[in-house]
Ligand binder design. Structure first.
Ligand SMILES: NC(=O)C1=CN([C@@H]2O[C@H](COP(=O)(O)OP(=O)(O)OC[C@H]3O[C@@H](n4cnc5c(N)ncnc54)[C@H](O)[C@@H]3O)[C@@H](O)[C@H]2O)[C@@H](O)CC1
Ligand SMILES: Nc1ncnc2c1ncn2[C@@H]1O[C@H](COP(=O)(O)OP(=O)(O)O)[C@@H](O)[C@H]1O
Ligand SMILES: [K+]
Length: 487
């Protein structure tokens, strides 16, 4: 597990460190880290560093200063460095002087800048960092576009410019980085817009003791593997937690099959299905005990409710019945819509171990969704009194007690119909096994995204489309992987 801190928190942590270290020392440390990654990148891409050409796009603030100092370090290693100064009068004076001392070239017009970018082996994006406001301004945008068109990889200094460091939302024009080097602490952009950052290297600049508890956590495979429920010698099918699935309908039997099957694959023990797709569920998953109604289902330790359920009175009745059982509940899809429509259902859910799993559209029915997805999920969890898992390329899980985690998917192959039903089955099974809703949501999101990558064959190349039933089928391998990561 690692933490993510807001730009504001990082700035506050920097202050005392800056006060007790010699002027410029922190920036020099940051710049050396950038240079190291740049050298490794050049080595990997071209087989050497001497004679390689690096262009630094340098903005007016300290981010530009980092870039200029990194240019200085690269010059010392024999790299040809050109800095394009986006605000020549406000370029970081010490960084600029250092680069010039090492005979680094500087340019301040965009036209020559574009030509330099065209011929570069690597571009350093030191346009703007945590002081960013909005998308790239026109000159910076022209240079970033030139790098993209020429296929020159960009190494982002701290954050890819043009993407909001707090929310990860890109402006109209932004840098799409091949890799990123950040300082002191990872920032939200690195997990909320992970595909635009590439692999992120964290350079220690001594902020550790000054940082508050991390407002956002990111789970690793071992965190998930350690918590994945496995039967012990004394267990039987009941003791591990039976999950009930109230999903699907005559119109949408597939949702019931996907959710029930995912639950059966996620944990050992037992799955009960209750609803009008009992026949289809039994046919696909003979191990699932299927009945027509929740009342007939028998005892369970958690319910999954919602996928394909319908939002009519019958659906609302099923949701009410499930919430009244007082057990942990995973509410997805139509159950989320129903919660948005009925205050009395929201009251039943509040304060109980309920995990809701809306996509952006469903989220808007129960709470306000802004560009700040972490803040939106956190507020929704606090207001509704339930744990909220907001779906997307980066999944956000927020608990009413304030805990938030983000899981950045390794790919976007999950953007396929029915994959949410698979997630609900997995998360529901984890609830039945006794994980609290926040851990159930985080572990389910992790394994779900991994199953998509496994199903897509992403480890062996760029991958191929993977329908939800294949994501479901890849769950066992994803679970084995996280269990194999236990330290
Ligand atoms: N405080 C410190 O000593 C340290 C700061 N560090 C670096 O300093 C950065 C923060 O520096 P600053 O607070 O000076 O802020 P930045 O350098 O991130 O940005 C401020 C400058 O960028 C311009 N700008 C803002 N939005 C822009 C946009 N959309 N397009 C183009 N230009 C834009 C502003 O006019 C301003 O001049 C960090 O990201 C990190 O790279 C590191 O060197 C570590 C130590
Ligand atoms: N671009 C994307 N990248 C990664 N994961 C995604 C992306 N789009 C959607 N997902 C994931 O796919 C699943 C889709 O769920 P949902 O929207 O409920 O689909 P459905 O209702 O068809 O099952 C969620 O787990 C979500 O986080
Ligand atoms: K940057």
């Amino acid at each position: 597990m690692y933490g993510v801190w807001t730009p504001e928190q990082v700035r506050a942590a920097e202050e005392p460190v800056l006060a007790r270290t010699p002027e410029g020392a922190l920036m020099r440390r940051a710049a050396r880290g950038v240079a190291q990654v740049a050298l490794a990148e050049l080595e990997r891409r071209t087989g050497g560093v001497a004679g390689c050409r690096v262009v630094v796009l340098a903005g007016a603030g300290n981010n530009g200063g980092d870039g200029l100092w990194a240019g200085y370090e690269l010059r010392r290693r024999g790299v040809a460095v050109t800095a394009v100064l986006l605000s020549p009068d406000r370029a970081h004076p010490a960084g600029l002087a250092a680069l010039r001392r090492q005979k680094g070239r500087t340019l301040s017009d965009v036209e020559h800048g574009v030509a330099a970018v065209d011929g570069a082996d690597l571009v350093l994006d030191a346009i703007v960092g945590t002081g960013a406001r909005g998308g790239l301004r026109p000159e910076a945008a022209t240079l970033a576009r030139a790098a993209a068109v020429a296929g020159v990889p960009v190494l982002a200094v701290d954050t890819p410019s043009g993407i909001d460091p707090l929310t990860g939302v890109p402006g109209d024009e932004f840098v799409d980085a091949a890799a990123t080097v950040t300082f002191g602490a990872r920032k939200p952009v690195h997990v909320l817009a992970a595909p635009r950052c590439g692999p992120v290297t964290l350079v220690d600049i001594g902020l550790g003791p000054e940082l508050p508890p991390a407002p956002v956590q990111v789970l690793d495979a071992a965190d998930v593997g350690e918590r994945w429920p496995v039967p012990g010698p004394g267990d039987d099918k009941y003791t591990q937690g039976v999950v009930g699935v109230a999903a699907g309908s005559a119109t949408y039997p597939g949702a019931a099959v996907l959710a029930s099957g995912a639950a059966a694959l996620a944990t050992s023990g037992m799955v009960r299905y209750a609803g009008s797709a009992a026949h289809e569920v039994r046919a696909a998953w003979p191990e699932v005990v299927a009945t027509d109604t929740v009342g007939e289902a028998g005892r369970v330790q958690a319910w999954v409710v919602g996928p394909g359920l319908g939002t009519d009175d019958a659906g609302a009745g099923t949701l009410a019945e499930v919430l009244d059982a007082g057990l942990p509940v995973l509410a997805d899809a139509d159950a989320v819509t129903l919660l948005g429509q009925h205050a009395e259902l929201r009251e039943k859910a509040a304060g109980h171990p309920v995990l809701i799993t809306p996509h952006a559209g469903e989220f808007g029915r129960v709470a306000q969704l802004t560009d700040d997805r972490v803040d939106s999920a956190r507020r929704a969890a606090a207001d509704l009194g339930v744990t909220v898992l907001l779906k997307g390329n980066a999944t956000v899980v927020a608990d009413p007690d304030g805990r938030v985690l983000v899981h950045p998917a390794g790919s976007a192959w999950l953007a396929t119909a029915g994959s949410g039903d698979v997630l609900s089955g997995v998360a529901g099974a984890l609830l039945a096994a006794g994980l609290d809703p926040w851990w159930a949501g985080g572990c389910a999101a992790f394994v779900h995204a991994r199953a998509a990558d496994v199903g897509a064959g992403a480890a062996d190349g760029p991958g191929s489309p993977v329908p939800a039933s294949h994501v479901q089928a890849a769950l066992p391998r994803a679970i084995r992987e996280v269990r194999g990561a236990i330290r």
